[in-house]
Design a protein around this ligand. Structure first.
Ligand code: ZL4
Ligand code: CA
Ligand code: ZN
Length: 390
């Protein structure tokens, strides 16, 4: 049996509610809350739960969610039922609030949303109260939700709610998003403030990849009276980026941003659809490279709120998030890369039973990000940072 010791000198808190895992978006929908069960089983098989403070996430209250979301939208979210998609008297609101194939109305929708949001709000409060230095909610990270609109599998923007909590204690908060999709909802929520610096790395193809925003020059409205001008950093990428390029880029961009902006806390969205072989993604990252971004973010020693996000090949999502949990506990060097025999649902990890399986050569995409292109991105970020003072 495995047991991970508590890290020395700091506390890690884990926020989850198993009720989240039981929700179903519907047949063949890519978002599977069940990936959280698989993640938790891996974390427990490695004995990492002994090294953290475990909290049962409570549901965020209506009032807590109303700190960002409009009442009309929350009222609709609270009362909709499966079947409303086809009910004439609901059709105006279904359209107005963008429900449909991407954002279906399923059983327990409001419960699902308030529980994942509650986890992130709790996690942020633990950091504010100095009860943890690192707080984790793998069920959060739903970065596309807007004030009064569902979008891209996201209904309530838990990240925005978490950042609003952190802003009560910290003059400046930095948001980092390594999901393969653009973190548009978080960017938009803080468009007009200089108290949040958002940085998203993502696949960008205006017409062919969701959500189609996040170009390099999309840096926030540049009206002279808008303090939030220049405080959205976007790192648009093409298919097939590999481990070495991504890690280098992440170090260059995030290192420069932290040095310039000097945030009091960091929120890291760890969407696992940037891994190779993801059902929706198109990058070539291995679990170790995705984890290297988490490890680098931790080196700043700032209060750190870690959330999940996308990730559509559940066995790899759970590998990545379990590995990243071990990094946050400084236990990544001591756990066995072979997945323990005792893990539940073990067959999902075959035939290799490794935490770090090699990327399948068959599904690998050609790297369409030449060195010169990446150097240009770093150069642009440096130029943009000249407008920003910490
Ligand atoms: C599906 O098979 O690009 C939804 C969504 C449901 C089941 C049955 C319906 C079949 C892929 C995706 C028809 C589905 C058509 N079902 C969906 C422009 C689109 C309009 C909707 O990781 N169709 C929209 C959203 C993206 C679009 C990505 C990422 C979230 C995150 C954070 C959100 N939307 C085209 C698609 C399926 C489905 C199969 C799907 N949707 C793939 N990409 C999208 O950033 C959590
Ligand atoms: Ca992103
Ligand atoms: Zn995504």
């Amino acid at each position: 049996t495995y047991q991970v010791a508590r890290p020395k000198g700091y506390r890690v808190s884990w926020h989850a509610n198993p009720a989240v895992e039981a929700h179903h978006f519907g047949q063949s929908h890519p978002m599977k809350p069940w990936r959280l069960t698989l993640t938790k089983q891996l974390v427990m098989a490695y004995g990492m739960h002994h090294a953290m403070d475990l909290y049962l996430a409570r549901a965020a209250t209506y009032e807590e969610m109303a700190e960002f979301h409009e009442a009309d939208y929350l009222d609709f979210l609270r009362q909709v039922m499966p079947g409303d998609m086809d009910r004439a008297e609901q059709s105006d609101n279904v359209v107005r609030f963008n429900f449909g194939d991407d954002c279906p109305i399923f059983d327990g929708l409001y419960n699902y949303c308030s529980l994942y949001a509650g986890g992130t709000v709790d996690a942020a409060r633990k950091l504010c109260n100095d009860q943890a230095e690192i707080a984790i909610n793998w069920s959060g990270g739903l970065h596309h939700a807007k004030k009064a609109e569902a979008s891209g599998f996201c209904y309530v923007n838990d990240i925005v709610l978490g950042i609003l909590q952190l802003l009560r204690h910290h003059p400046r908060v930095m948001y980092i998003d390594i999901d393969v999709h653009h973190g548009d909802g978080v960017e938009q929520a803080f468009w007009s403030t200089d108290r949040v610096l958002t940085v998203s790395f993502h696949k960008y193809d205006k017409d062919n990849f969701f959500p189609g925003t996040g170009a390099l020059d999309d840096t926030g409205p540049t009206h002279p009276l808008n303090p939030g001008a220049h405080h959205s950093i976007n790192v648009p990428l093409n298919d097939g980026i590999d481990d070495e390029s991504y890690i280098q880029l992440y170090h260059d961009v995030i290192g420069a941003c932290v040095e310039t902006y000097r945030p009091g806390a960091i929120v890291l969205q760890c969407g696992a659809d940037s891994l190779g072989c993801d059902r929706l993604g198109c990058f070539n990252l291995n679990v170790r490279a995705h984890g290297a971004c988490v490890a680098f973010t931790k080196t700043f020693g700032l209060p750190l709120l870690v959330v999940g996000g996308g990730g559509y090949t559940p066995r790899n999502v759970s590998r990545a998030w379990a590995h990243e949990t071990s990094i946050l506990l400084e236990a990544d060097q001591i756990i066995d890369p072979t997945i323990p025999d005792s893990v539940a649902f073990r067959t999902h990890f075959g035939p290799d039973y490794s935490l770090f399986p090699p990327l399948s050569e068959i599904r690998k995409l050609e790297n369409k990000n030449p060195r010169s292109y990446l150097a240009g991105l770093v150069e642009s970020v440096h130029e943009q940072l000249r407008y920003i003072k910490g």
